[in-house]
Design a protein around this ligand. Structure first.
Ligand SMILES: [Ca+2]
Ligand SMILES: [Ca+2]
Ligand SMILES: [Ca+2]
Length: 282
C-alpha cells in the first residue's frame, strides 16, 4: 500500500462519514497514535518476530493458515482510524480544499465581481443578477441555464466530502424540499425581479452585512441541499449502488499490503524488515 493509496483510502473513509472520521482520527484521549504503536506491544520502537506474528494473528479472524485477503481487508477497516491518524491533517485539508473550490463556484455565481479572489467574501447582488440576465427580470429557463452546472458540481462535491451527511440531507421525503426558483419568485409571476433576487441574496447573507462569506454559503447549502440536489440524486445514488457492487477500490489497495507481507523470498522471513517496509508504506 503506497502512501497515495493510503491517502485515497483515508479520504474515502473521511468522505463516507466525516464526523466519525474526525472523531476517530483525533489522537486526543486515544491509546494509539498510529498502527505501529498497536503492533509494538512492548513499546521498544521495534517490531520483533513475536509482535509481527501477533499482528498477523489478529488479522486472522477466520482462523486460516494465513489470513486471506478479505481478512486483511477487514483488519484494515477495523483499524482504519488508527491507520489514518498520521494522515488526518492532510485528509481534512484535502476535503476542505474541495469544499472551498465549491464555495468559490457559488460565490462567483452569486456576485461575480472583479475584486473577488479565492476564498474572499463577495458583496452586492447586482452582478449576480446581471450574470443571469442584464434586463430587469429573468425566467426559469434562464435561471436553470446558469445554475444547473453550478448546482450539479455542488452536489457532487458535497457528496464526495461527506457521503452519509449528503444522503441524509438529500432524502427525497424530507419536508423542507422546495422549488428554489419558486421560492425566489415571491409574487408568483414566473419572473424574478431584482427586488426578489435581492431577497434571495439576503437570505444567504445571514448576518446581514451584505458580504457573503463561505460559511454563509455553506449554511445556505446545508439548509437547501434536498432542493439543490433533488434533480441529480437519483443518478448519483444509482452510480453509488453500482460502485458498491464492484469489488471496490479498497479491497484492491489492501491486497497490496497482503502481497507486501508475503513478498520476501528470505527464509525464515525477516519479519522486522517486512514490518518496517509495511510501516513505511502505510
Ligand atoms: Ca516491540
Ligand atoms: Ca416574480
Ligand atoms: Ca454576511
Amino acid at each position: 500500500m503506497t502512501e497515495n493509496q493510503t491517502l485515497d483510502f483515508c479520504e474515502e473513509q473521511a468522505a463516507l462519514d466525516r464526523e466519525c472520521f474526525e472523531w476517530g482520527t483525533n489522537v486526543d484521549g486515544k491509546r494509539f497514535d498510529n498502527l505501529w504503536m498497536v503492533w509494538d506491544t512492548n513499546s521498544d520502537n521495534q517490531i520483533d518476530r513475536y509482535e509481527f506474528r501477533s499482528a498477523l494473528d489478529s488479522m486472522n479472524i477466520a482462523n486460516e493458515t494465513d489470513p486471506s485477503n478479505l481478512a486483511v481487508s477487514a483488519y484494515f477497516y477495523r483499524n482504519q482510524y488508527i491507520i489514518c491518524r498520521p494522515l488526518r491533517n492532510q485528509v481534512l485539508y484535502n476535503l476542505d480544499k474541495k469544499e472551498r473550490q465549491m464555495y468559490r463556484g457559488i460565490l462567483d455565481f452569486l456576485a461575480p465581481s472583479t475584486h473577488m479572489k479565492y476564498n474572499i467574501p463577495t458583496k452586492d447582488y447586482d452582478p449576480g443578477f446581471n450574470k443571469i440576465d442584464n434586463g430587469n427580470t429573468f425566467n426559469r429557463t434562464k435561471w436553470d441555464s446558469v445554475v444547473d452546472d453550478i448546482f450539479e458540481s455542488m452536489c457532487e462535491t458535497t457528496f464526495e466530502t461527506d457521503r452519509i451527511g449528503w444522503i441524509l440531507k438529500t432524502e427525497p421525503n424530507s419536508n423542507s424540499k422546495k422549488d428554489l426558483f419558486a421560492s425566489l419568485d415571491h409574487n408568483g409571476n414566473g419572473e424574478i425581479e431584482r427586488v426578489e433576487y435581492k431577497k434571495f441574496y439576503e437570505s444567504i447573507d445571514s448576518n446581514g452585512d451584505l458580504w457573503i462569506y463561505p460559511k454563509e454559503v455553506k449554511a445556505w447549502m446545508q439548509d437547501n441541499m434536498d432542493s439543490i440536489c433533488a434533480k441529480y440524486r437519483p443518478l448519483m445514488i444509482k452510480n453509488l449502488n453500482e460502485a458498491t457492487k464492484e469489488d471496490g477500490y479498497e479491497t484492491r489497495a489492501l491486497n497490496d499490503v497482503f502481497e507486501l507481507l508475503n513478498a520476501d523470498d528470505e527464509f525464515p522471513p525477516n519479519v522486522t524488515k517486512d514490518a518496517i517496509m509495511l510501516y513505511d508504506s502505510l
